[in-house]
Design a protein around this ligand. Structure first.
Ligand code: ZN
Length: 157
């Protein structure tokens, strides 16, 4: 396992549409392991492959209830709305309110190429939407409820 370097705002990979994974092989499983390690090391709740400079449709997340890995994640159902504060490892020190669906159902593949379906709501649903946005080249700062109300939190403050 390895901690990977996180790309930040301005890096072109963050604006690309990531490619679907055809088959989850050993290399992809290694990437999943490294992404999880990187997420935990940086105290993140989610990480998308483009954030570690890999333009593939892969996300890992953990809302505090355990690691979830999804390859080729797709939101197939969505309902309701929630507004909440978001930040991003690729947009250091900035936080702002974003509107998301309250509930989503996500389909994709697990590390063994098996189809998986996950129903998420609240914070977990928010993380899914944030990470899947990364696969489409979208950062949370483009979706702020009020773009004038971005907050800056410097370390040590
Ligand atoms: Zn992010």
């Amino acid at each position: 396992m390895a901690v990977l370097e996180i790309m930040t705002t301005g890096h072109p990979v963050l604006k690309q549409i990531a490619e679907p994974v055809e088959f989850v092989n050993k290399k992809i499983r290694q990437l999943l392991d490294d992404m999880a390690e990187t997420m935990y090391k940086t105290d993140g709740v989610g990480l998308a492959a483009p954030q570690v400079n890999v333009s593939k449709r892969i996300i890992v997340l953990d809302d505090g209830n355990g690691l979830i890995e999804v390859v080729n994640p797709e939101i197939v159902k969505k309902e309701g709305a929630q507004i909440g504060l978001e930040g991003c490892l690729s947009v250091p020190e900035l936080f702002g309110e974003v509107e998301r669906y309250e509930k989503v159902e996500v389909h994709g593949l697990n590390r063994n190429n098996k189809k998986i379906k996950i129903k998420a709501e609240g914070f977990l649903a928010r993380i899914f939407q944030h990470e899947i946005d990364h696969l489409n080249g979208i950062l949370f700062v483009e979706k702020l409820v009020n773009p004038n109300e971005i907050m800056i939190h410097k370390k040590g403050q």
